[in-house]
Design a protein around this ligand. Structure first.
Ligand code: ACO
Length: 341
């Protein structure tokens, strides 16, 4: 047994406004049938004007802390670290996490953002878990929150069909590696050679330093769907397999894979690569779309709330996103009650 970070709280939050495929089809050249068959998505949520990533992050954070309290008592919510994964911060500077910690009444705890797009939550989880095992922190709130609706080109039928806003959060505490909920290992990677496949070109130092106004359209999120699809399948499958080998689990012994919810065809292809059955793959993108850094914790929240994830289940989380980045984490599911809206 060794010191480990143990999952002890889980919560999620969505904005109030749901957008159906039919509503998108009324504005853009698309259809419910195309979106469902090509992506598996039926619904996504978007923030209201003036609503920011931090608003969703605070709501999800509150719920994860409440979830931790329900199993561990009041002390379980005494976190001494906040890590927020987001690629849609409230503003370019400062980070969004300190404001979230402040609004959650967490005092002067260290708080910072991690930007790894759709892999952000796994990177943030690895960062917080490492700080706990190193003794730098005792309890951490790890949040994944994004509002991609604020950076999409309103005329782009592809990205508007896929992305939705949301936030998901977990609480980690210091514990032992043999406990249910202990994070047993991570596999993380990146390939900056693919940076242009998933990008927002404007808004950073590269364009600002020219002194010229941003090129029209470059303020929007841009993605090359086909190569991203292929890279997502390869990297989530290979990362999961490397982690399974390290942890000593076979794919057949795995109960659930909770992969980044980008496209149901990607999820099925990852399952095929790993030799998994459909029942081993958690799917909630039909209801929320691709919520970027919120995707994995929201999928965990839904699966746990619906009894699809049960105490004792062997679980692998795996994500892929802009950067390119990818990452996976393994744990045995603990006995926790998620808090949703
Ligand atoms: N409605 C109707 N037609 C559409 C739509 C839509 N919403 N979106 C694209 N199409 C069209 C295209 O314009 C294209 O038309 P054309 O043949 O006339 O040019 C046609 O459908 C086929 O386009 P493809 O890109 O080949 O379609 P594909 O089946 O690959 O699906 C998709 C596109 C859904 C984007 C897919 O490639 C995908 O899921 N890619 C991965 C996206 C992803 O995983 N992103 C997550 C990482 S992003 C991050 O980290 C933030």
């Amino acid at each position: 047994m060794s010191r480990a970070a143990v999952l002890c709280g889980l919560g999620g939050a969505l904005p109030a406004t749901a957008v159906t495929n039919e509503e998108l089809a009324a504005q853009l050249d698309t259809s419910d049938q195309w979106i469902r068959t090509r992506t598996g998505i039926g619904l996504r949520y978007v923030v209201a004007p003036g609503e920011a990533t931090s608003d969703l992050a605070v709501a999800a954070g509150e719920r994860a802390l409440e979830s931790a309290r329900r199993t561990g008592g009041d002390k379980a919510a005494d976190v001494d670290l906040v890590v927020l994964a987001t690629s849609t911060p409230d503003r370019p500077c400062p980070g969004t996490a300190p404001g979230v910690a402040h609004r959650l009444g967490l005092g002067t705890v260290p708080a910072f953002d991690v930007a790894a797009v759709c892999t952000g939550f796994v990177y943030a989880l690895a960062t917080a878990a490492s700080m706990i095992t190193a003794g730098v922190a005792q309890r951490a709130l790890v949040i994944g929150a994004d509002t991609f609706s604020t950076i999409l080109d309103p005329t782009d039928r592809t990205t508007r069909a896929i992305f939705g806003d949301g936030a998901g959060a977990v609480v980690l505490r210091a514990g032992e590696s043999g406990e249910p909920g202990a994070l047993l290992g991570f596999d993380l990677g990146s390939d900056g050679g693919g940076a242009d496949l998933i990008t927002v070109r404007a808004g950073g130092s590269r364009q600002r330093s020219t002194g010229e106004p941003p090129v029209e359209g470059d303020q929007f999120f841009a993605m090359e769907g086909r190569p991203v699809f292929t890279e997502a399948v390869i990297n989530m499958s290979e990362s999961s397999q490397r982690l399974l080998d390290r942890v000593g689990w076979t794919p057949a012994a795995l109960d659930k894979v909770v992969a980044h919810q980008a496209n149901v065809r990607i999820l099925h292809a990852v399952g095929e690569q790993l030799g998994l059955e459909e029942k081993q793959i958690v799917v909630n993108l039909d209801r929320v779309g691709n919520t970027v850094a919120a995707s994995i914790p929201l999928a965990l929240t839904d699966a746990a709330a619906e009894g699809d994830l049960l105490p004792g289940h062997r679980v692998v989380l795996t994500g892929f996103g802009g950067g390119l980045t990818w990452g996976s984490a393994a744990l045995v599911w603990p006995d926790i009650a998620p808090v949703t809206a």
